[in-house]
Structure formats: structure tokens, C-alpha cells
Ligand binder design. Sequence first.
Ligand SMILES: Nc1ncnc2c1ncn2[C@@H]1O[C@H](COP(=O)(O)OP(=O)(O)OP(=O)(O)O)[C@@H](O)[C@H]1O
Length: 303
Amino acid sequence: MPPAIRISQVTKRYGQLLALDQIDLEIRQGEFFGLLGPNGAGKTTLISSIAGLVKPDGGRIVVMGHDVQSDYRNSRRLLGVVPQEIVFDPFFTVRETLQFQSGYYGIRKNDVWIDEILANLDLDAKANANMRSLSGGMKRRVLVAQALVHRPPVIVLDEPTAGVDVELRQTLWKFIRRLNEDGHTIVLTTHYLEEAESQCGRIAMLKAGYLIALDSTSALLRRFSSHLLSLRLRPGDVLPERIAQHARQNGTQWQLQCEHIEEVENVLAELRAAGCVIEDMEIGKPDLEDVFVKLMHSGEVVT
Ligand SMILES: Nc1ncnc2c1ncn2[C@@H]1O[C@H](COP(=O)(O)OP(=O)(O)OP(=O)(O)O)[C@@H](O)[C@H]1O
């Protein structure tokens, strides 16, 4: 089984700017994969290269066994891309837009599938509305629908939830998760790290054109996220010196950054041994934002 997407040594320059620097990345069939990075990291350039819209200066991209440059038609047929920018033809209705898009892939009589997509994206009431008359969020739903008309096995979503309300986010994720459960490979870029954390099994992080992290979401969280332990002691109790050195006082609370959960256990044992009584305690869950911030500010590379 070929990988869904194989990216080998891909480099892209815009004049002096190195937008992608020798990127190597393999996305397996059936994965829900996150591509993260700050503004300008190269995510859209990489996605556009996968879609054959940008021609890399070096390297090779293969989608489901088909080279994006030398076998463009087949690779493009296997890919559905939801672009970041909203572009639409103001003269068509939503249904016409989707029929037109189906025709682009040589598919006629696609209305059963089009109806299913419209229903799953809560767009059925707007099927005959003119594209011009839709709100920004509705237009974004149509972009998602357009990417799916030819039932591509690999679906790439470039910030699909930017500027989208909570209800659509939930509808969208439910549909995308269902497609993933049915075997579709999903590649997602987003700035909403909690979305990436909850949806993606594996994550790559780009920084200024470099791939700086590639691992499962759980491994990245384990490796880079610390637990924030917040404690309130019985009035009059004093933190043992060793712990106080590393703790920060916030009103009546003490806060300690613990790299591992075992460290939390050690702190509690020391407090007990010192005769301290804990009146209130909270352990902050590690999240992808910690990982992201740490990786973006350190020179570390974990691929
Ligand atoms: N057509 C272009 N011409 C010149 N420079 C470009 C072009 N497209 C992108 N760039 C530059 O390449 C770099 C990577 O841009 P890209 O859009 O891929 O980043 P991104 O990670 O998708 O950012 P964002 O999160 O803001 O969407 C940026 O410095 C950007 O200014």
C-alpha cells in the first residue's frame, strides 16, 4: 500500500526567501495528520505543492503512488483540497457550483453524493441560493463541499475553521471524522491547536520552512508538555525549601511546573513528610500549545 502522500526533499524558494527547505514527510493512508506552524512557516506552500499548484524547486511529491508533477491528472483526482482563501463564482448557485466541480472531474449525475455532502455540511437549505448571497462561513462550507465532490481518498484542509462559528466547527469535524473512519486520509492545517490535539493522530511542525517536529500527538505531549501543579496550603503552613525554590506564589496559591506526573507525586510526598496540609489542589493538563510554544522558541528539532 503506497503512502497517501510522500514528500521527498522538497525545497521551494520565492526569490531570496526559502519557503520550504528539504522537507521529507510521509503521510500514511488512513491517518488524520496535522501540519502546524506559525504564520509564514510554509504550510500553505507545502499544501499547494501537494496539490500541484506550486512547483517546488527541488524534490518530489507523490500522492497515492502518483507523482504530482509527471502524473498530475491522476494525483489530483485522488486529492481533495480545501483552500484557505475563499474563491467562488458569483453567478452560480451552491448546487450548480458543485455540479460544475463534478464535471471538472468528468463525473456526471453526481446529485446523490452532492445531496449527502450538502446535508452533512448543513447546506441543504442553501442548495439553490446564489453563492453571492452566502455568509463567509457558508461560503467556507461550500469550499469543503467542492473538495469532496469527486470522493477523493486524500483530503487536505488548509485552515478549514478560520472564521467559522462553533456550530459549523462541530458539524464539520463530525463529517471529517466520519470520512476518516471510512478510510479517507485527512491532512489538516490549523492555528487552533486544541483542534489539532483532539483530531490528529500525528503532527508535523514547520518553522520558517524547516520541519522541526514529527511525531504522534501523544508522544509530543508526553515529551514537551509539563503539568502545572497548583496548591493551596493550610494557613500558616510553609513550603519546604527545596520546593519553594521552584514554586511561584500567586495569592494564596503556589504553582509548580512539573515535567512528569511522577514529579507531582514526589512533591506531594515531600509536603506530607513536612507536615503540610493541602486545602486545595489542581493539576493542569498538558496541551499542544505548550509543545508548540516550546518548540518554536527552542532550537530543538524532533523528527
Ligand atoms: N507567491 C509568493 N511569493 C512570494 N512569497 C511567498 C509567496 N507565497 C508565500 N510566500 C512566502 O513564503 C513563506 C511561507 O508562506 P506560507 O503561506 O506557505 O506560510 P503559512 O505557514 O501557510 O502561513 P499562514 O499560517 O500565515 O497561512 C512566507 O514568508 C510567505 O510570505
